[in-house]
Design a protein around this ligand. Structure first.
Ligand code: ZN
Length: 309
């Protein structure tokens, strides 16, 4: 190595056999090189830190996003389920609405039939019931309501109708009971021998008031209740002989006199046409006959005006 200039460095390369090579470099170059390496290392270090921080930030963000996405997916599937349920509910409601409308139609027809029958029965039984006009119009208005409301209202209409029919049946029943109780059935077969009203006394002198009619027939002929009712007397009575008395309703009572035998007891309920005694001639009587009286509000009336012809 040879030193011509102190300020310069000289590197000599000896390859062995061939010519020796010499490289001369500036003395600041190694320092600059070291500084560059240090600077580069620093930059590299900073870059690495920044990149790794970024990566972890991205990773965190990615995880957050994934989490959110997963939640969203869950929410979407829940919403989809709800939507399916709603669809099902709507189709169920539509089916219910159809059913309700059908039921309303059926009920309408039934109510019309029932009202027709009611009117006929009212006419036949001679009774009048409270107006029912609101029923059908209320029912017709059901169509405009929601199915649940319609069902509730339909139930209301039907309950009301049921109540009304119960009252109607009770009224008809009362009417039939009253009709059954009217004493208009002939109490015995035979010959009409004496009428109601003033007449000559058959057993004495002068005139008297005949409070009933007399029907004559052979002894033991059936004596029947003229209408349904309750026996209020069955026994012997002065002048009348063996007698039965029946209370039919709040206005009518009947009396059957001169019987040979009584077949009912006080308190017994009897039907129209039921045999209650046997014809005889007990009491103040001229021969075997039935003396029959009808009383209205306690006063004797002409039985022939009551009896069926
Ligand atoms: Zn008489």
């Amino acid at each position: 190595m040879e030193h011509k200039d102190e300020s310069k460095l000289c590197i000599v390369i000896v390859p062995g056999t061939k010519k020796v090579r010499r490289i001369t470099i500036e003395p600041w170059l190694p320092k600059a090189l070291l500084c560059s390496i240090a600077l580069f290392s620093l930059l590299l270090y900073l870059s690495y830190n920044w990149i790794s921080a970024s990566i972890s930030r991205f990773q965190e963000e990615y995880e957050n996003k994934t989490h959110i996405a997963r939640n969203l997916e869950k929410e979407i599937s829940t919403l989809e389920k709800i939507s399916l349920d709603k669809d099902r509910e709507i189709s169920n409601l539509m089916a219910t609405a159809d059913e309700v409308e059908e039921k309303i139609d059926e009920t309408d027809l039934l109510l019309k039939d029932i009202e027709g029958l009611q009117k006929q029965l009212e006419k036949k039984a001679g009774i009048t019931m409270a107006s029912r006009s609101s029923m059908l119009s209320r029912n017709a208005a059901l169509r405009n309501l929601e199915p649940e409301e319609s069902i509730g209202n339909l139930k209301g209409v039907l309950d009301e109708k049921e109540e009304e029919l119960k009252n109607f049946i009770a009224e008809i029943d009362n009417r039939f009971k009253y009709l059954e109780s009217i004493p208009n059935g002939w109490p015995a077969s035979g010959r009409l021998t004496s009428r109601f009203g003033k007449r000559r006394d058959p057993l004495g002198r002068g005139t008297g008031f005949h409070k009933g009619i007399d029907i004559a027939n052979s002894p033991g002929t059936d004596v029947r209740a003229a209408g349904a009712g309750v026996v209020t007397f069955a026994g012997s009575r002065s002048g009348y002989g063996r007698t039965v008395e029946i209370k039919h309703n709040s206005e009518h009572t009947t009396l059957y006199a001169h019987n040979s035998k009584l077949l009912v007891k006080p308190g017994e309920r009897v039907q129209r046409g039921q045999v209650i005694a046997k014809m005889g001639s007990t009491g103040r009587s001229t021969g075997c006959h039935l003396h029959f009286e009808v009383h209205k509000h306690g006063n004797p009336i002409n039985p022939l005006k009551m009896l069926n012809r």
